[in-house]
Design a protein around this ligand. Structure first.
Ligand code: ZN
Length: 257
């Protein structure tokens, strides 16, 4: 642990900074605004945020969640996302150590957090997360050489095809759009990270959790659009971290070797 601690803290710091950028992405990408300009400013009074007021988590605490100039409240979403991303990066460093695999896992979980947030807030999964994540997933698969790239490419193709098919069936069977293009591109990204078996496990887990949460709402007639990307994101996290365990258990359960 003592050897790992500097690496874990370093990853946590990087995660906090990336989480700060993720906040900007979550707010601006669904509105198709640039994530680089203009620089961060208070949404109430418009005054620019100085670097010393933009330190992840700490600044929000020091300012007690209020703008330095107009004293209007700053959403608690900012420090929560920063903290969550810092924890994701620290966790991946703990799990995978000083390896590229830790960076791969941290980026994957960070993108999934971004997708869950934009889907929850606006029912949108920005291409920057899905297509951008797909490129990152394919790139990092080269850790395992061309064989890794093959696995990732097949995973991406299967993720895209399966969700496209589900969307097509949903449209023709129920005459409503249950699944959007964002979900389809998202699962291509997920497939690049977890492979084709992981795609099916992700969809299965996402459907189970989604049904448990949204099923009762549908029964009492309060069903709104389901931000299915959130549940796919949850399923993808479980699949990425514990997918082998689940699949091995299932194979044992079936009595297969
Ligand atoms: Zn202000």
């Amino acid at each position: 642990m003592s050897d790992e601690l500097p690496v874990v803290l370093f990853f946590a710091a990087i995660g906090a900074v990336i989480g700060s950028f993720l906040n900007v992405c979550i707010l601006r990408l669904p509105a198709e605004q640039s994530v680089v300009s203009p620089p961060s400013r208070c949404p109430k009074c418009g005054s620019g945020v100085k670097w010393y007021d933009n330190i992840p988590v700490l600044s929000w605490l020091i300012l007690r969640g209020k703008c330095r100039h107009c004293q209007n409240p700053i959403s608690i979403q900012y420090p929560i996302i920063e903290l969550a991303t810092a924890l994701i990066w620290a966790w991946m460093a703990l799990r995978f150590g000083h390896e590229l695999e830790a960076v791969r896992g941290a980026l994957f979980l960070t993108i999934l957090l971004g997708i869950a947030m934009t889907d929850a807030r606006e029912y949108i999964i920005p291409d920057e997360f899905s297509i951008g994540g797909l490129v990152i997933g394919l790139g990092f698969s080269l850790i395992w050489g061309l064989e890794g790239l093959k696995v990732a490419a097949i995973g991406a193709a299967v993720g895209f095809a399966v969700l496209w098919l589900i969307a097509w069936l949903g449209k023709h069977a129920f005459r409503k759009e249950a699944m959007g293009g964002g979900d389809i591109k998202m699962m291509a990204m997920v497939g690049a990270f977890v492979g084709w078996q992981g795609v099916f496990l992700t969809i299965f887990l996402g459907s189970v959790v989604g049904t448990i949460i949204f099923g009762p709402l549908a029964l009492v007639g309060k069903k709104k659009d389901v931000p299915f990307g959130i549940f796919l994101a949850l399923g993808a996290v479980v699949t990425f971290l514990w997918g082998d365990l689940v699949l091995n258990w299932y194979r044992g359960y079936l009595g297969n070797p």
